[in-house]
Design a protein. Sequence first.
Length: 337
Amino acid sequence: MSTTSTTRMRNPNLREVAVTGIGLALPGVATYGDLLGPLPGEGGFDPATGLSGRELRHKDRASRLALRAAEFALHDANLTDADATFTGAADATAVVVSTNLGNADSVCAATDTIAREGVRGLSPLGLPQTSSNVIAGWVAIRYGLRGPNLTVCNGVTSGLDALAWARNLIVAGRAEAAVVVGVEPANDVTAKLLGEQSTDAAVAVVLEPADAVACRGARPRATIAGYARAGDLAAALACAGVAEEESVGLWLGDEAGAGAGQLLAGTRRIDLEAQLGPLSGALGVLQCAAAVAHFQGGATGNVLAAAGGPRHDAAAVLLLTPRPTTRPSTQEPGEHP
């Protein structure tokens, strides 16, 4: 994707897409409400116990984290039954994964094996883990999801880009729902690549058309109202349709990005990476989860999530609003249990 390209979503005639489920596999964070800080620093997801089990055998760490986050998100969206079987439209549900380092450990392990033993030393069980789309593939296989399936590996903006691509699939009629996962594992390979200890982080959100959400009696948590990616943050803000009169109650991004526009000078700011460490491809999807927590906490104003900026080759912004404007013709959205 070109760093000078921009995409605008603020079209009132487009089908509205809502967030209906959130799932976290993030050590030290018990619920997505914790993302608004201060973080408890303990409790929440435990990789030592949460990444074990027969169904997770022979899978790389990033895939195991993603599967756990997807499990929690689909349950939260009321799209699985008591046996954790998917109950939605499997043929029309997409999986979009954002990760920049996801299965690098598997690729490096395979490369080391070839260097030592040649290709005959490779195990057939390990080869699938070297696919660049392995994480999205495992999520789809686990729940029988046969809609579009892809991985976005796009640097710091990757998570926001993945949400935008999932939304586009729904608006274009290619999918009736999407599971969006942002995941990065903590291991020796990622630490070496980053030059610092990485963060075990996985977050999943479920996206559905707002009208379909109302029809099945689910609760829309937030609506994706605008998105743009451009060479710098100011251009992305302008293309996303964020103006000075826009009611933004929360800015999710770093301090360098927050200084890009005077319109957000008095807005509350949260930098998730400052609290959790490097998040890479998981950042944008985790920002979406924090936006939902902002709305459910009764705070006012929209949420603007931003990634990238002066230190990167591009910037992206995603504008989220509390609720869709779609009015169901038969019933009002029910409360999620």
